[in-house]
Design a protein around this ligand. Structure first.
Ligand SMILES: *Cc1c(COP(=O)(O)O)cnc(C)c1O
Length: 391
């Protein structure tokens, strides 16, 4: 049997390896110069003012919520078609989570459903404090409209751009925070660039950046102006002034990030070329290929096909399992978050977001990563064709 083809995979160069080795031979494995250097490279790339690197995007979402004051009694909304972390961050803060159904074309949070839900929430005094749109697969949400709603209803916005680094919205880099308070990125190995594990929160708000900086390292500061006055004869080389965490990124990770970001545009261009080829090769099959809004230049983290099940005489599960059995390790992004047992226990029921459930019953993520060869891509297409086109 031929080797398996995963749905996503990191791209590591000799320069990446050397960058990590250099840190291992240096004085600092953590809290050294690589983290600020990585933060600066993200600031420059995204045209944003501040970046706070952490050990995962999940941590970034958590400290972003805390910095925006999310706590007990607050409500946070996100999309059901996302990784569970986009919702869990609200729960970590003791807040309630709720979901806004998706747009059937982009699979991102629907602005129409958001507007309706906000009008209703206002009437019953249950407006969200924070809304977390997710740029699914790398395609930007309709941020201008979501921002406009935030101005009207007074909520804050965290963009979960875990799929979207290197992408653009209205010709500007995702992460510039023109339409949000904070944007977060993930550097897990399946994402567009990697640090092994890692994430970052970016913002144009100096106070939010400062707060997140404090929270990622125990709430400890050694900046004199942040510290409370204490007797002059006592040694106070740092003070804990908030309840924070150890969410720090290591220098090995950050050095890998600095090295990876140099190839980010190349990675995204490669992802686009592969996606375009899939668009062509899959065009005549009973599936929907990913529709792209003209406002968005996707990071193309994922390539999701939707099966036209009324034209295929198999179930989604049969197709999915047959493709995996043929060595193509497809995946499903995502099961609607509220259908997870943990969320069902909070009272969410089947039928809560109909478009999300419809999407879930038809979607399959097929392999997309820079090193995917043309031959492998053809192999993927041949397997899909065999499984869904009636012989
Ligand atoms: C991967 C991912 C996360 C979490 O990222 P980690 O860095 O693994 O914590 C959050 N949101 C979305 C949409 C993701 O895809």
């Amino acid at each position: 049997m031929t080797t398996m083809i995963p749905y996503g995979r990191q791209n590591i160069s000799e320069a990446d390896i050397q960058a990590v080795v250099d840190v291992l031979r240096s004085d600092y494995l953590t809290q050294g110069p690589a983290v600020p250097a990585f933060e600066q490279s993200i600031v420059d790339y995204c045209s944003v003012q501040h970046a706070v690197a952490v050990n995962s995007a999940t941590s970034a979402l958590h400290i972003a919520c805390l910095a925006l004051g999310v706590g007990k009694g607050d409500i946070v909304w996100t999309t059901p078609i996302t990784f569970v972390a986009s919702a869990n961050c609200a729960l970590y803060c003791g807040a309630q989570i709720d979901f806004v159904d998706i747009d059937p074309h982009t699979y991102n949070m629907s602005v129409e459903r958001l507007a309706e839900k906000l009008a209703h929430a206002e009437a019953i005094c249950k407006l969200p404090k924070v809304v977390i749109p997710v740029h699914l697969c790398g395609q930007a949400c309709d941020m201008a409209s979501i921002y406009k709603l935030s101005q009207h209803y007074g909520f804050k916005i965290i963009e979960d751009a875990s799929h979207a680094i290197g992408g653009k919205y209205l010709d500007e880099p995702i992460g510039n925070c023109c339409y949000s308070d904070i944007t977060i990125f993930s550097f897990h190995p399946v994402k567009i660039i990697t640090t092994g594990e890692g994430g970052i929160a970016v913002t144009n708000n100096h106070l939010l950046a400062k707060h997140m900086h404090l929270l990622r390292s125990h709430g400890i500061s050694n900046t004199i102006t942040d510290m409370q006055p204490r007797p002059a004869q006592e040694i106070w080389n740092y003070q804990q002034i908030a309840l924070g965490f150890n969410y720090r990124m290591t220098d090995m990770q950050a050095a890998l990030g600095v090295s990876q970001i140099r190839r980010l545009d190349e990675f995204v261009a490669k992802r686009h070329a592969i996606a375009k080829r899939y668009d062509e090769l899959l065009a005549d099959m009973p599936i929907f290929t990913p529709w792209q809004h003209t406002d968005s230049y996707s990071g193309y983290h994922l390539y999701v096909i939707r099966l036209k099940l009324d034209e295929i005489n198999k179930t989604q599960r049969q197709v999915y399992e047959a493709i995996i059995a043929a060595g193509i390790l497809v995946n499903l992004h995502y099961i609607p978050v509220y259908r997870q047992p943990y969320f069902e226990e909070m009272g969410f029921k089947l039928g809560y977001c109909l478009q999300a459930e419809q999407y879930y019953s038809e979607a399959i993520s097929i392999p997309l990563y820079p090193n995917l060869t043309e031959a492998q891509q053809e192999q993927v297409v041949t397997v899909i064709q065999k499984e869904i086109c009636n012989e």
